[in-house]
Ligand binder design. Sequence first.
Ligand code: 1GP
Length: 248
Amino acid sequence: MSILEDIIKAKGDRKKLLAVLIDPDKISVHAVPDFMDKVNASIATHVFVGGSTVANGLTEKIVLAIKTFTDLPVILFPGDAIQITDEAHGILFLSLISGRNPEYLIGQHVKSIAKLKNTSLEIIPTGYILIDGGNETAVQRVSKTTPIPRNDNEMAVETALAGQFSGKQLIYLEAGSGAKHPVPSRMIAEVVDELSVPVIVGGGIRDVNALEKAYAAGATLVVIGTILEDDEAFFEKLKKNRMPRMHE
Ligand code: 1GP
């Protein structure tokens, strides 16, 4: 089954997926084995790799190291075209549809084609929607776009539907890495209600309560990054036997 088919099936089966986000700029190759041991013992189902700005060539080194230590699918979540490497299994081909900056709507996509036209990566068209997380995050700074206000559910729903109607296979509601507040549950629920494609939620999720709220609101896949960089002890709370319900 392809990565996308697997996520679509999870939505149908109401199974909860969890991606651990690894920013190649924030981990060294030597730290990968230990980190991946913890990921493997957790309920994580996917590994995302990417950052807003990553030095050329670094992503490939980290992806190769990750693959040595896990069987989980490794999916690129790139901030720009230079982060693309064939060594991963798939790529979220992200269009920042909440923004009005052509560079992140189509510019980087065109720049990536030299790398992608003969790729073995599974390319997953994804509508990426930035929601105000209460502070300026790197996505906002780098993309120079304005996030959707956290109370504007209508704009979030309309943007998500515009993405789905334009062929996006996934919609990613993003508060931004290190956001003060995650995407509000009510907004997630309204978006999920209107869409037929699966919804990914990430940004600012730092405790199990926030994680469970995102799933309860209907997210199929939740992404966690910063808390695991700052406090690897959080993996204890994500251990397979600690959260059996999420495995059903
Ligand atoms: C960022 O959604 C991801 O793109 C994860 O965010 O680092 O805040 O967990 P955090």
